[in-house]
Design a protein around this ligand. Structure first.
Ligand code: GDP
Length: 598
């Protein structure tokens, strides 16, 4: 159902995920017939009760040229965009800050976190990039600080979006010998967008080329003014390698946390966000949670999205058992009967019955939202593109944990296919490639199964070979994305490329038969060599094409004729072409080139 807020300048329509043709027409003040007519023009045959998704409705509004109506998505029961609660009781108590470390690749995020946490993880990362969001806690001056280990590359935009809801402070790492780079700028934008406080760690000051003032100047041109220069951003020179400056960095984090007065209520039912989830043999669902309010205890019943369960075991980030966890604490729990999704909000319920009922309601809300839109923007865009003959690339995505599946799917969707290839994610799932995946892909030559950090059991690989199904398994996301880009590029086929080489003014036509044309003239520009193509032009009209067989200069065979030179040429033709003195010959080469998405 739609909800409207009217104001004179702009009308905002809030919709849960879809809106019927009837409702949209009413909201826009149009007749249903007019809207159906407009949809029809865009290739959609719709009835009055048909549901359009938000994006389709937006496109229609644009097509109709209606400028003063804006659509907004209503928050639904299953996903939430809030991390920590803003409205607190008087009893709220201080909580640890949640800090994300971000910055350009190789500027030292991992080393910094490692040094802070005294834990070696660099070597174990595939491709040297942190693959999952994880959370750690450390103690400084007797106080806790929670770190979200957000992956650093733009391919993980989805994960960072989820992390944004939780992040109080973003530590931006900039290498003092390299300065501000694209992902530094991105991190600044992210922090600003997430309304997080920024602290800059100017890293690698132990290096010879390190230049702290220059890095500060660089940062200030990007809107971050250092405190030293009268601005409001704390910038601390550090060396993640030697540890210099790290104490000060932690002091600053606590200082900012104090200024921000970060608090949470602990006397409410526990709540928070799912930041990671996967299945483990013998344990069932293993779910990482970050508590944002209340206190989570072993034995309590919780719901996250459509999943619920009793907290069977709870471990801290080091894997040590934990009886209860308060706000800002990351924990790993088992006991969910199904796998909740990454980014889902979890909430504690008094008993199993209440938790089950809440999960059921969440699942129903999600299902009806998904099912309710029977015209989606993908359909619409596909229909709008039918003339362009958009090709389809169908994929099944399997990943080790939900977070990576989400990231892979989101990143695949971000590949710019210039509207020529439509990506269809046919199915997604957590876990190894299965027989079912292969069956689903069999018979569709345009379908690829992508695995990310999963296994392809030998029998499944054999099955795939038998059925001609392509399985591509990767451990590094960029390789997977490169592969997808290449595969989509392959669907584009070849294009014919013509390159202009030169032009001649015809001064004599010596022989014209069905198969041959011999002429002479002066080169106006470029170069003529045997083997190229010639376009015969009479005024504006093109009278034909021919292949240049040989070139002559001063009545002897020549390798080339260059600008201003006079000479003759013999061309192979397919029919008699009526070339005349004063006409032009345009020389060009023609080759077939594989099209790519670059
Ligand atoms: P990330 O991609 O931002 O996580 O960067 P890494 O932590 O993987 O660091 C990239 C490289 O820079 C590694 O070879 C580190 O050893 C090196 N590095 C990181 N911090 C420092 C530092 O403070 N000083 C020096 N000399 N090298 C560093």
């Amino acid at each position: 159902m739609a909800e409207e807020t009217a104001n004179t300048a702009e009308k905002v329509i809030r919709i849960a995920g879809s809106i019927t043709v009837d409702e949209l027409a009413q909201a826009l003040g149009l007749s249903v017939t007019a809207l159906i007519g407009e949809l029809f023009k865009n290739g959609i045959v719709a009835t009055i009760n048909q549901r359009l998704d938000l994006e389709t409705a937006e496109i229609m509004i644009e097509e109709l040229g209606i400028a003063n109506v804006r659509l907004e998505r209503k928050n639904t029961a299953t996903k939430t965009t809030d991390g920590f609660r803003k409205e607190l009781s008087e009893k709220a108590t201080p909580r640890p800050p949640v800090v994300a470390v971000m910055g350009h690749v190789d500027h030292g995020k991992t080393t910094l976190l490692d040094n802070l946490l005294n834990k070696k993880t660099v070597e174990t990362e595939a491709g040297g990039i942190t693959q999952h969001i994880s959370a750690y806690q450390l103690e400084h001056e007797g106080r806790k600080i929670t770190f979200l280990d957000t992956p650093g590359h733009e391919a993980f935009a989805a994960i960072r979006q989820h992390g944004a809801m939780l992040t109080d402070i973003v530590v931006i790492v900039v290498a003092a010998d390299d300065g501000v780079k694209p992902q530094t700028v991105e991190a600044i934008k992210f922090a600003q967008g997430a309304n997080a406080k920024i602290i800059v760690a100017i890293n690698k000051i132990d290096r010879e080329g390190a230049d702290v003032p220059r890095t500060m100047a660089d940062l200030s041109t990007h809107g971050l003014q250092p405190e030293e220069w009268g601005g409001d951003i704390i910038m601390i020179p550090v060396s993640a390698k030697t540890g210099e400056g790290l104490e000060k960095l932690l002091d600053s984090i606590l200082l900012v946390a104090d200024i921000e007065e970060l608090k949470a209520d602990t006397n409410i039912p526990a709540e928070g966000l799912v930041i990671e989830s996967h299945m483990e043999v013998g344990k069932g669902s293993v779910v990482n949670l970050l508590v944002t309010g209340g206190e989570l205890k072993v034995g309590e019943f919780i719901t996250a999205g459509g999943a619920y369960g009793k907290v069977r075991t709870m471990l801290d980030f080091k894997g040590k058992p934990k009886g209860k966890a308060g706000p800002s604490t990351p924990v790993t729990v088992t006991g969910f009967k199904e796998l909740p999704s990454f980014g889902d909000r979890f909430v504690e319920y008094v008993d199993e019955k209440a938790a089950r009922r809440a999960a059921l309601m969440n699942a129903q809300a999600a299902a009806s939202e998904a099912a309710s839109a029977n015209v989606t923007s993908t359909d619409l865009l596909r229909m709008m593109n039918t003339e362009d003959n958009a090709k389809s690339f169908n994929v099944i995505v399997k990943g080790d944990v939900l977070g990576s599946v989400t990231s892979v799917v989101d990143s695949l969707k971000m590949i710019d296919t210039k509207g020529e290839v439509t990506l269809n994610v046919v199915a997604t799932g957590v876990g190894d490639i299965t027989e079912n995946d292969v069956y689903m892909a069999a018979g569709d030559t345009q379908m690829v199964i992508y695995g990310f950090n999963v296994n392809v059991p030998t029998n499944i690989a054999k099955l795939a070979v038998r059925d001609g199904v392509v399985i591509r398994n990767y451990k590094v996301i960029y390789e997977l994305l490169d592969d997808a880009k290449q595969s989509m590029g392959d669907l584009l086929g070849e294009e014919i490329m013509e390159t202009d080489l030169g032009e001649m003014k015809v001064m004599g036509v010596f022989r014209t038969t069905k198969a041959e044309l011999i002429a002479g003239g002066q080169m106006l520009k470029g170069k003529l060599v045997p083997g190229v193509m010639a376009r015969l032009r009479h005024g504006k009209e093109v009278i034909g094409e021919a292949e240049v067989e040989s070139v002559q200069k001063e009545r002897t065979p020549a390798k080339e004729l260059i600008e201003n030179e006079v000479g003759g040429l013999a061309m192979k033709t397919e029919k008699k072409l009526n070339l005349m003195v004063g006409d032009r010959l345009e020389f060009f080469s023609r080759e077939k080139k594989k099209r790519t998405l670059d």
